[in-house]
Design a protein around this ligand. Structure first.
Ligand SMILES: [Fe+2]
Ligand SMILES: [Fe+2]
Length: 187
């Protein structure tokens, strides 16, 4: 990009932020957080989708179904974030490498297919997402109400996801207790 092109780009980004009712600094801060959250959503999608394929245990159909449902919702969140990023004239990460390098929450491979363990990992992943979205909401404050509304909508889904995974885990706990088996070791 030559100097003229760079200047044109900066001018149009400034105009874009202004058009959205924000100064450039706020716009950049919001975009930075949205891009990171977008990476988290792709990794959450991949984590749950893969877990749905390999999960094992007496509640396999329920767990697989729940994981697939959540995977699809994470993908929906990625789309909502991509839309908002582009509305603010930002760019979405384009490669898996960029996604891996810019996430907040780690990808947890379902290397142990035990359903109980996958539920525990999924609960932890949802709690990470909840902490991230709460932090973004706090950062935005009243500076960008449209993004704040989108983040709140996603946050509500993450809270529900955490609850649904936790319910399955508690059902497994209750079944084991009823059979006098106690909790799985180390969980
Ligand atoms: Fe999500
Ligand atoms: Fe989620």
């Amino acid at each position: 990009m030559n100097t003229n092109e760079k200047q044109n780009c900066t001018d149009s980004e400034n105009a874009c932020c202004k058009g959205m009712g924000m100064d450039r600094k706020t716009c950049d801060e919001v975009l930075h957080q949205l891009r990171r959250a977008y990476c988290d959503e792709w990794l959450a999608f991949l984590q749950y989708w893969t877990a749905a394929q390999v999960v094992k245990g007496v509640m396999r159909p329920d767990m697989s179904c729940e994981l697939m449902e959540h995977a699809n919702e994470e993908l929906g969140h990625a789309r909502m974030l991509a839309d908002r990023i582009q509305t603010l004239c930002g760019e979405i990460p384009l490669t898996p490498q960029e996604i891996m390098e810019n996430c907040n929450c780690a990808f947890v491979a379902p290397s142990d297919p035990c359903g109980y363990r996958i539920m525990c990992q999924s609960i932890a992943s949802e709690r990470c997402a909840i902490a991230v979205y709460n932090r973004i909401l706090k950062m935005i404050g009243d500076r960008d109400p449209v993004t704040a509304r989108i983040i709140l909508e996603i946050l509500e889904d993450e809270v529900e996801h955490e609850y649904e995974f936790r319910q399955i885990k508690e059902d497994i706990d209750a079944s084991r207790e009823a059979l006098g088996m106690g909790k799985p070791a180390g969980k």
